[in-house]
Design a protein around this ligand. Structure first.
Ligand SMILES: NC(=O)c1ccc[n+]([C@@H]2O[C@H](COP(=O)([O-])OP(=O)(O)OC[C@H]3O[C@@H](n4cnc5c(N)ncnc54)[C@H](OP(=O)(O)O)[C@@H]3O)[C@@H](O)[C@H]2O)c1
Length: 218
């Protein structure tokens, strides 16, 4: 399988790439700094220099053409203010979907967020804006004709992965490791019968491959 990852140098993206490379898949991705191209090349990843905000859908199509699937796991990460969040988290997935349509890349996996993340807390305006942008991205993606899957992880941690999750259509927002999110994304890529569905995933008791398989169309 040939997979292109937007956000490949990030916490989840790097872990997705590492798993795919280890399993013999070809992996490409978008990075913003030349040093990242070299770093990722050493890990077996063919990264392309580019910024999802500056690239047009047509330009991005030229980069992702020939891949079987694309993953979007980029995020502004609290930098650059609301406009940046709108451009990356909000508009990025839709742009990737348009590029995928032009390039003939059918499958798209979006790493999103639980809409009710931290509803029990009083979050600041910036966080609320981020949540709105994430939801807008989901809305745009589900309206496309792509073979999309949205994976909404709960709060991310860098603890070692467990290989176990609680995954389904609606879950309580708790915590999950970036390792386990990456493994979930890879399993979704491996299981084409899981399609056009929004999945919520948090730490739990079920082996990841089994949890993903349970969400396949019957
Ligand atoms: N933190 C949480 O608890 C949480 C919970 C649920 C969901 N999420 C979402 O999960 C996803 C993955 O999280 P993460 O922790 O892996 O994120 P991360 O480590 O912050 O990685 C985000 C990546 O996106 C890249 N990026 C940002 N702007 C870009 C642009 N304009 N063009 C191209 N690439 C760009 C960054 O590139 P650089 O390397 O150049 O900075 C970075 O590599 C994000 O979408 C996040 O919103 C997070």
């Amino acid at each position: 399988m040939k997979v292109f990852v937007v956000g490949i140098a990030g916490g989840v993206g790097r872990r997705v790439a590492a798993r795919l490379v280890a399993q013999g898949d070809q992996v490409g991705g978008l990075v913003r700094r030349p040093a990242q191209v070299e770093e990722l090349a050493a890990e077996g990843v063919a990264a392309t220099l580019g910024d999802i905000v500056k690239l047009s859908a047509e330009e991005l199509a030229g980069i992702i053409r020939g891949h079987d699937a694309a993953v979007f796991t980029a995020g502004a990460g609290g930098e650059g203010g609301p406009e940046t969040v709108d451009q990356i988290d909000g508009a990025g997935p839709g742009k990737l979907a348009r590029a995928a349509a032009i390039a003939g890349v059918s499958r798209i996996v979006l790493v999103s967020v639980f809409p009710e993340a931290w509803r029990e807390r009083r979050m600041d305006e910036e966080f609320e804006h981020y949540m709105v942008a994430k939801k807008q991205a989901e809305v745009e993606l589900v309206l496309t004709d792509r073979d999309w899957v949205i994976v909404r992880p709960s709060a991310l941690s860098n603890a070692p992965g467990t290989g176990l999750v609680d995954l389904g259509l609606a879950k309580v927002h708790e915590e999950i490791t970036r390792d386990d999110v990456a493994e979930t994304v890879v399993e979704v890529l491996r299981q084409p019968d899981v399609s056009r569905i929004i999945l919520e995933v948090t730490g739990g008791p079920t082996p990841i491959a089994d949890a993903v398989a349970a969400m396949a169309r019957t």
